[in-house]
Design a binder for this molecule. Structure first.
Ligand code: NAP
Length: 260
């Protein structure tokens, strides 16, 4: 028998003393991830474009944890590069990074504007790469860290009217594996969550389109849109010791969409 069987407990999911960065945590899924990590014991460094993260900060404080807000436009590489350093200045370390901020701009393929392609790729892919690299530099020496990227169903499928979103989310899946391969030996685990269809501002236009909404619902085995809270358990698991031997996975939380 392994001698470790007796040491396993729910404490493996405990994040007490951990410092977590969550980007785009002022609302939507990022807010749910930040609150989940706080409820599991982590203190939070919240990155938002406007700098207004009051609602999220309040929820984190209600969970008894500390929250610091930092304003950064992640389409600006100079600002991206300040995030990790600022977190270290405030909290002294980075244990967990959740690359959640993302944008989606919809238009038919043949009309898709070059500047919209650039904007989506900059926020969804380039900022994730740069911020992960900066965080990894901090995690290598203590030989400990978790990076959780937010992928999508469009990391697996083509989608419609969102070519750079699809390209960026496929690339996020690839980068998750590339980072995981290089950093596993430093006890840094990189995995991704691929949310299915979640009711947030990001998906408001398709939920408002009766035909599209019905199409989507009829294809989800769970027969409902997810609430951001449906993702909270997965982020805690991937941020915790309970997932220390998971590297480079894209974990779908999708009500069965991909299994269909
Ligand atoms: P959301 O409600 O639209 O939130 C997006 C977040 O990203 C907001 O906090 C937003 O800040 C931030 N953001 C966007 N551009 C930014 C920039 N240039 N600089 C800094 N922050 C920026 O979307 P969500 O549904 O919660 O999505 C969160 C993540 O999950 C995204 O990566 C998305 O692709 C992914 N996802 C969502 C779904 C879904 O069904 N909702 C499904 C799969 C994947 P502002 O408030 O300042 O704009």
């Amino acid at each position: 028998m392994s001698t470790n069987l007796r040491s396993f407990s729910l404490d493996y999911f405990n994040l007490n003393g951990k410092i977590a960065i969550v980007t785009g945590a002022n609302k939507g899924l990022g807010q749910a991830y930040a609150v989940a990590l706080a409820k599991a014991g982590a203190d939070l460094f919240i990155v938002s474009r406007s700098g207004d993260c009051e609602e999220t900060r309040q929820l984190i404080m209600e969970a008894g944890r500390r929250a610091e807000c930092f304003q950064a436009d992640l389409s600006n590489r100079k600002e991206v590069k300040q995030v990790a350093a600022k977190c270290v200045e405030v909290f002294g370390k980075i244990d967990i990074l959740v690359n959640n901020a993302g944008t989606i701009l919809r238009s038919p393929l043949v009309e898709y504007r070059e500047e919209d392609w650039d904007k989506v790729m900059e926020v969804n892919l380039n900022s994730l790469y740069l911020l992960s690299q900066e965080a990894a530099k901090v995690m290598v020496e203590p030989r400990s860290g978790k990076i959780i990227n937010i992928a999508s169903m469009l990391s697996f499928q083509g989608g419609k009217f969102v070519p750079p979103y699809t390209a960026s989310k496929h690339a996020v899946a690839g980068l998750t594996k590339a980072f995981a391969n290089e950093l596993a030996e430093y006890n840094i685990q990189i995995n991704a969550i691929a949310p299915g269809y979640i009711a947030t501002d990001n998906t408001a236009p398709i939920r408002a389109d009766e035909k599209r909404n019905a199409e989507i619902l009829s294809r989800i085995p769970a027969r409902r849109w997810a609430d951001p809270s449906d993702l909270m358990g997965t982020v805690v698991f991937l941020a915790s010791k309970a997932s220390d031997y998971m590297n480079g996975h894209i974990v779908a939380v999708d009500g069965g969409w991909l299994a269909r």
